[in-house]
Design a protein around this ligand. Structure first.
Ligand code: VGL
Ligand code: ZN
Length: 208
């Protein structure tokens, strides 16, 4: 196993009809499914992540008295107030029905602590707690990660930047991602920032 495909948060609430729907989310499913098959065929690791919030999560506007889409503060950190989304064991937190689930080797959960948001699949936003992702990759000797999923300007971006900080070679597959775009340029800026910090931005056809 030389590399891992990281399939970020392709869950119903982030897709069309969901509570925090990302425009064009379902368009990435065929791209992601073919990469899952490719990684499986080459004996590489397929990791999928789930945003996995308790219903009391304080990033939800409903629990914090904020307005959806506006910026506030949570435990000293800037926090966008979100609609309720990806609540544990609800259909909104299930993977999209068309996602190829049979070849997912491991699912990493994040966002379980109600007091802090967690965009990166490596750490919570306060960097207090780690998920098991780094240990899983290190245990298998994997040094390169290829990221696809939702959303370009949040979980994809912060996972990619943390991956670089920890020392991985990080590739973001642009046609396998879509962004929230609270501001229309958010995804474009996220791509620029990732590039500047050493993330390689590629297209799915570039992957062997
Ligand atoms: C995400 C906003 C809130 C994401 C998760 O997966 O990008 N965005 N929670
Ligand atoms: Zn969330």
């Amino acid at each position: 196993m030389k590399r891992a495909l990281l399939v970020v948060d392709i869950q119903n609430d982030f897709c069309e009809g969901g509570s925090l729907a990302v425009t064009g989310a379902s368009e990435i499913i065929p791209v992601v499914n073919s990469l899952i098959q490719k990684f499986k065929a080459s004996g590489d690791l397929v990791v999928a992540t789930k945003d996995w919030h308790p219903k009391t999560h304080k990033s939800f506007a409903s629990n914090s008295g904020g307005t959806v889409g506006e910026l506030g503060e949570l435990e000293g950190l800037p926090q966008v107030w979100w609609p309720d989304h990806c609540v544990q064991n609800t259909s909104g937190s299930d993977f999209h029905p068309k996602l190829q689930k049979d070849y997912i080797d491991v699912v990493v959960y994040k966002g379980t602590n109600p007091d802090v948001d967690s965009y990166s699949t490596f750490f919570d936003n306060a960097k207090r707690e780690k998920t098991n992702l780094d240990d899983i990759l290190k245990e298998k000797g994997i040094k390169s990660i290829y990221i696809v999923g939702l959303a370009t300007d949040y979980c994809v971006k912060f996972s990619a930047l943390d991956g670089i900080d920890i020392g991985y070679d990080v590739y973001v597959v642009e046609d396998g991602c879509r962004g929230v775009n609270l501001s229309p340029t958010d995804s474009r800026n996220a791509i620029k920032e990732m590039k500047l910090k050493g993330v390689k931005i590629i297209e799915s056809i570039d992957i062997q």
